[in-house]
Design a protein around this ligand. Structure first.
Ligand code: SF4
Length: 452
């Protein structure tokens, strides 16, 4: 038996008839809970790192940078500066006497060596504690080298991963609006909150191209500084991973009067809805026709195989836990397409509105978890007889230790899961994992035998 920590009782909804639905989210993680959620710095780096022609410098002890190399499988069609991990490697002496001189030296050396289009400097916990004036150093280097050097105030202790998203959006605001926007056509948009994991942004761009829509900037998957500078010339912002990009979309609406829509590119329903919504906002009757043909062709191509997986997976039970809540909605729908039931769902950064929407979408008895931890995940995997955990690198060992299938839907994965072909890849992954014969060797209370 595992009890829910007292401080977390309002962040767990068990779907009992006598339980009032009131998710207390937007909180810092409860002490002792060993949250699955990452720090502020992590939030900002995952948003900004896919900008491939910029230097990304972590100002802090080398440990903060340990997990930055290839943190996302964010692919680039050109330069690959983002795949290098740079740190000022602050030591005890720097903590005592300050790290500004070291930051200046490292920044100038990096810019002289790599000639980046811009540099992002991430402040970590210790920098916040010793009070280095990062802004002043960035200003000086920017003036001397003639490129944008942007401080990202992401000291890890300053809040939650969400505050890191906001710091990243603030940094992006500094470069948006500085490029020439002449010649941008009417039917144009910015892709926001897609990070080109396993080439997903390319997949989405190919759909927009077939529809006749021009992509001004991809923020930030396969991102380029000069494209982001022109982002204020687009007619529409299309926001995925709304947790990370809503602040920027809202500020661009206020500053440049660019409307935004929230979409998801995962699953047949949500992918199609996104394309139709873009066509309605930007296009004419001809674009709407092109979109219809695109959707019909793509769906027809994948459905026969998906129907086969459905016969194998019908009745299997899933636990879904991701960073942003919007992705959870798509996963619940995608699992339904495969005949599966989501018995537990949650996110690291969902807000009240997200959880209400999730409650409406899920079954009556689905458990909802905000900012959960390994103990709670283990508890519900067992209590709800879960056959599949969908999460990221931190959730994978929990699934395997408990002998259930796992599908990586996080940024480390190497398989494209967005779009129509992505839905097919997802179905194959889920089928391979849930129906693996290895689970028959595990001492589970209920074993899924559907497709085996
Ligand atoms: S919590 Fe602080 S010390 Fe730890 S990785 Fe984040 S910024 Fe670095």
């Amino acid at each position: 038996m595992i009890d829910i920590l007292k401080d977390r009782q309002n962040q767990v909804f068990e779907g009992r008839k006598d339980q009032k639905f009131e998710m207390s989210c937007d909180k810092i993680s409860a002490a002792g809970s060993v949250s699955q959620r990452a720090c502020v710095f992590c939030g900002s780096r995952v948003v900004l790192y896919p900008i491939a022609d910029a230097v990304h410098l972590v100002h802090g002890p080398v440990g903060c940078a340990a997990y930055t190399w290839d943190i996302r499988g964010a692919l680039s069609s050109g330069p690959e500066l983002h795949r290098l991990s740079f740190s000022t490697d602050l030591k005890e002496k720097d903590v005592v006497f300050g790290g500004e001189k070291k930051l200046y030296k490292v920044l100038t050396e990096l810019i002289d060596t790599y000639h980046p289009k811009a540099a992002f400097v991430y402040g970590t916990c210790i920098v916040g504690v010793i009070g280095d004036d990062m802004d002043a150093v960035c200003r000086t280097v920017s003036r001397e080298k003639g490129i944008d050097v942007i401080p990202v105030h992401s000291e890890g202790f300053k809040g939650t991963k969400k505050n890191g998203y906001q710091a990243a959006c603030t940094a992006l605001s500094n470069i948006i609006g500085t490029g020439d926007i002449s010649g941008i056509p009417e039917a144009s948009l910015n892709i926001m909150g897609d990070f080109n994991v396993a080439g997903e942004t390319w997949q989405i761009k190919s759909y927009y191209k077939r529809m006749g829509v021009n992509v001004v900037a991809s923020i930030t998957g396969d991102g380029r500084v000069d494209e982001i500078r022109r982002a204020h010339g687009a007619r529409l912002n299309v926001v995925q991973c709304s947790g990370s990009m809503m602040t920027l979309a809202q500020s661009m609406k206020e500053k440049y009067n660019i409307p935004f829509i929230r979409v998801s590119y995962f699953g047949i329903e949500d992918m199609s809805k996104a394309l139709y919504e873009v066509a309605e906002r930007l296009g004419d009757a001809a674009m709407l026709e092109r979109t219809k043909s695109l959707v019909q062709e793509e769906v027809a191509a994948i459905m026969p195989e998906i129907r086969y997986y459905r016969t194998k997976l019908e009745g299997a039970r899933a636990l879904v836990y991701t960073g942003g809540a919007f992705k959870v909605f798509s996963l619940v729908r995608s699992l339904r397409t495969l005949g599966m039931k989501t018995v537990v769902a949650g996110s690291q950064t969902g807000d009240k509105e997200d959880y209400q929407q999730l409650r409406d979408l899920c079954d009556e008895d689905t458990v909802l978890l905000d900012d959960t931890n390994p103990m709670e995940l283990a508890k519900y995997i067992q209590e709800k007889d879960v056959d599949l955990l969908i999460g990221g690198v931190k959730e994978r060992p929990i699934a395997y230790k408990l002998g259930v299938g796992f599908c990586d839907h996080n940024h480390e994965r190497k398989i494209c899961l967005a779009g129509y072909s992505g839905m097919l890849n997802f179905s194959r992954e889920v089928y391979s994992s849930v129906c693996s014969p290895v689970w028959s060797l595990m001492p589970r209370r209920r074993k899924f035998t559907g497709g085996i």
